[in-house]
Design a protein around this ligand. Sequence first.
Ligand SMILES: Cc1ncc(COP(=O)(O)O)c(C=O)c1O
Length: 379
Amino acid sequence: MADFLPYGRQSIDESDVQAVADTLRSDYLTTGPAVARFEAALATASGAQHAVAVNSGTSALHAMYFAAGLEQGDEIITSPLTFAATANAALYLGATVKFVDIEPDTGNIDASLVEAAVTDRTKLIVPIDFAGQPADYDALRAIAEARGLGLVADAAHSLGASHRGRPVGTLADASSVSFHPVKPITTAEGGAVLTDDAALARRARLFQTHGITKDAGEMQDRDEGPWWYEQHDLGYNYRLTDVQAALGLSQLQRLETFVMRRRQVADLYDEAFAATTDIHLPARRDYSNSGWHLYVIRMREAADRRPLFEHLRATGIGVQVHYLPVYFHPYYRELGYQRGLAPEAEEFYRAAISLPIFPAMTEADVMRVTESVQRYFTG
Ligand SMILES: Cc1ncc(COP(=O)(O)O)c(C=O)c1O
């Protein structure tokens, strides 16, 4: 059988290896000068004024929600077509989650349904840029402003993408990103909060290191000496290490190349499937330029999903399904969420398969996938 082709894969080159090796030989292993350099480079690359690096995309969500003021008894509005972390991070803070259905073609939250879901308890609207395509920020921003809500994005898929020419990182009050290996760039594990809001960035920064400040100007009690520091909030150890930041810095230099290559792969898929009526191709919106984290096809007949998935896996093609609606998980069921809550997200889940897409994919890899899909349908 041909080599296994995963649905996503990191691109590591010698410059990445060298950057990590150099850091291992330096004075700093955990948070040090490389993290500061990575944060500055992330801010430049994303257009955000502040970047706070943390040790995962999940930590970034947690720190972002905290920094945006989410508290016990508050509610967030988000879509169920996401990884559980988007919702879990709200639960960590004692908040609840209201799931609003998706646009059936993009998989992004349906902005036209958000207004009706707002209650007195709603604090944040949290779009996920599904598969790397920015959500409908114009509509979401209008609702957030009209109702006095925060708009914070789970941009785990979309670093390097843009909306009306503006980069991800500038589209919401704050955006969280992930550097897991299949994501736009990697630090093995890692994430960041991107924002123009200095106070929000400061709160996120304190949160990722126990809520402790060493800033003399911020001390509440008498500064007893150079050793003095104070804890002002209940935070965590969510720090990124210098070893990881060195990898991130090196990767960030190739972000544009990575995204460009993903776009080429997506175009090749679109072309190869142009005449195929058995599947829906990923929808594109003219207001956004996707980062193509995922290439998700949907079966015209949901009954084809499982056999096609099994057929592709049997030929060594590492397809996946993104996502089972978060409230399908038994943990969420026990919280009282029931199937039927978001019919479009459930329909999307039943019909979806994520095909391989990553920067190092070759045209031959793409052909192998498209031919294998076509073989299933033509028998
Ligand atoms: C939409 C979404 N949100 C959050 C996360 C969590 O990121 P991480 O795995 O870096 O904690 C992921 C990644 O798995 C994701 O896909």
